[in-house]
Ligand binder design. Structure first.
Ligand code: NAP
Length: 523
């Protein structure tokens, strides 16, 4: 028996505080429980009840905003670099919180934390490269009258409100960092609200970085969102990541509508991976590698993970055999154990939702590998929020109304959909009604052209893998700071990252018309 299976008595639950108006504060009452999803124990509580969120927003607008706007891009970049370094210095402590409060294996927690430090560092470098300026130019000067002297210049200036970031439970570190990097570099203060169930890591991260920033530049709200949205005005921005249902509630919020608050939604997504029948060996191997990784990394709790896998009918048996062989090597269990590669879902409620979703998928597809209740290492039967890797397979292409095209099971679950022609595969991929990412594994130019033209309007990102890039290609689920993250339709219609494009949400585009040579000197 491993030494890790003998547990010390659980300490009393920690209290997760918020950081508002430059102070650490806790809401009233018992608060919401945060669980260790491996054992089911309550490890912490958080409450926002009674906190004055209007005052918190005003503090960020009046203190954090002016302080950030006074800095040049290079100076803001230096703040992001310091944040990245401070998070890296806390890496081991944060990894432990990822295990304790989110069921992360060491690899899963590193993926989240290193994603945060990498993204902050990327934007730090962008800031440095922009140097001493405080506004960005949008395009070239435009002559607006004969003679050339009168011209116009579009500029991007920081908004004077607060960037309110409402995040999902699955990336408590990266989720904060990717949004905060763009807003802070743009010169806009951040109020970050992590999902309550996994907020402990975010709380520890903000404790590490807040002292490095100007007062009011970064606030943290732990616990429910309360009446936060009622205090927003037109200067503010809400960037939300989470379920499509909550996204709709935010969009339809009376004050958000009345004030015309800018809203960016990153919601759920039924991402597709498409294998070409003629895929070369290297392309095929990358396909199996990536589908396996997307299923097992973070126990499949990535918004960008493939949920629907389109397989040419002639290769279906081969795919089932190879994917099953690879998944058979995954070890599910207590993430504290070195041999474990798949931990639990991050909360008991997530397991309940995944089981419900799996039941819905089962109406149109049968299980060909695994099942939710498979073997687990280091945890007693019936304990923890575990779902074992599960592959379902449909009999053929499915109608758009099928649960396979409608229900996102946020766990280590995929459905294989056999297809018989390129057109059919593309039509099936479109039935997700808008995805964050679609991956195409194939070497035929004809298929790639049809897939890119046929799916670009349905996807925020297309990952095209052929034999020449197969060994270098990044897994489709990996969000990089250089490229856009977001997707149309069901995926929320939002856009984040994409290098400097990620700052636009926090900037006002303004056309400045005047004396051309003078404007040139000004900017
Ligand atoms: P969720 O239930 O929608 O919660 C997301 C966030 O919204 C949490 O911080 C939650 O706070 C907050 N929230 C809940 N009700 C709210 C309301 N009425 N007004 C404002 N905020 C409210 O989603 P989740 O379960 O955390 O995350 C899972 C989902 O997120 C999945 O569907 C996944 O696909 C999606 N996701 C998408 C992306 C992406 O980039 N597109 C990335 C990751 C995850 P509390 O926790 O306090 O309730």
């Amino acid at each position: 028996m491993s030494e890790h299976t003998t547990r010390a008595p659980t300490p009393a639950p920690a209290r997760i505080e918020s950081y508002l108006c430059g102070r650490w504060v806790s809401g009233e009452g018992a608060g919401a429980p945060l669980h260790n999803p491996t054992t089911g124990e309550v490890v912490a509580t958080a409450s926002s009840a009674g906190l004055d969120l209007g005052a918190a927003l005003a503090f960020a607008r009046e203190r954090g905003g002016p302080a950030l706007r006074a800095l040049t891009f290079a100076e803001r970049g230096a703040l992001l670099k310091a944040m990245s370094q401070a998070i890296h210095a806390e890496r081991e402590a944060l990894i432990e919180l990822g295990r304790l409060n989110a069921g992360n294996t060491r690899g899963d927690a590193k993926f989240d934390i290193d994603g945060a430090t990498h993204t902050l560092m990327h934007y730090a470098q962008l800031g440095e490269s922009l140097g001493e300026r405080r506004v960005l130019l949008d395009g070239e000067p435009e002559p607006v009258a004969r003679g050339g002297r009168l011209s116009g210049q579009h500029i991007l200036a920081p908004r004077h409100g607060v960037a309110v970031h409402i995040n999902a439970f699955n990336f408590p570190a990266w989720g904060l960092a990717e949004k905060a990097a763009c807003a802070l570099l743009a010169g806009v203060p951040v109020l970050s609200k992590p999902a309550t169930s996994t907020a402990w890591m975010t709380h520890a991260l903000v404790r590490a970085v807040a002292p490095l920033l100007p007062e009011g530049a970064l606030s943290l709200l732990c616990g429910g969102v309360g009446d936060l949205l009622s205090h927003l005005d037109w200067r503010d921005v809400v960037a939300f990541t989470g379920s499509a249902d909550t996204g709709r509630v935010i969009r339809a919020h009376a004050n958000v509508l009345a004030q015309g608050v800018q809203v960016n939604i990153e919601a759920d997504s039924l991402n597709a991976a498409l294998l070409d029948e003629a895929a070369e060996d290297a392309t095929y191997d990358a396909f199996i590698r990536d589908v396996h990784r997307e299923m097992t990394q973070k126990a499949g709790q990535k918004c960008t993970a493939a949920r629907r896998v389109l397989v040419p009918r002639a290769r279906l048996d081969e795919v089932v055999a190879d994917l099953s062989e690879r998944l058979g090597r995954s070890v599910v269990g207590d993430p504290a154990l070195d041999e474990v590669t798949v931990g639990p879902l991050s909360a008991p409620s997530q397991r309940a939702a995944a089981l419900e979703g799996l039941a819905a998928l089962s109406a149109d597809a049968r299980v060909v590998f695994g099942g939710p209740e498979g073997p687990r290492v280091g945890v007693p039967d019936g304990v923890g929020a575990f779902i074992n890797p599960t592959v379902l397979c449909a009999a053929g292409p499915l109608p758009a109304t099928s649960a396979v095209h409608r229900v996102e099971v946020f766990g280590p679950v995929v459905t294989l959909i056999p297809y018989d022609s390129d057109e059919e595969a593309i039509a099936q991929a479109r039935m997700g009604d808008g995805c964050l990412v679609t991956a195409i594994y194939g070497d035929r130019l004809e298929l790639l052209e049809a897939a890119v033209l046929g799916l670009a309007a349905w996807s925020g990102r297309l990952v095209v893998v052929d034999a020449q890039v197969a060994d270098k290609s990044l897994s489709p689920g990996l969000v990089t700071p250089q490229l856009l993250h977001g997707g149309p339709g069901r995926a929320g219609g939002g856009e984040e990252l994409g290098g400097l494009r990620g700052l636009k949400l926090y900037q006002q585009r303004c056309a400045v018309q005047g004396n051309g040579p003078k404007l040139a000197r000004l900017f």
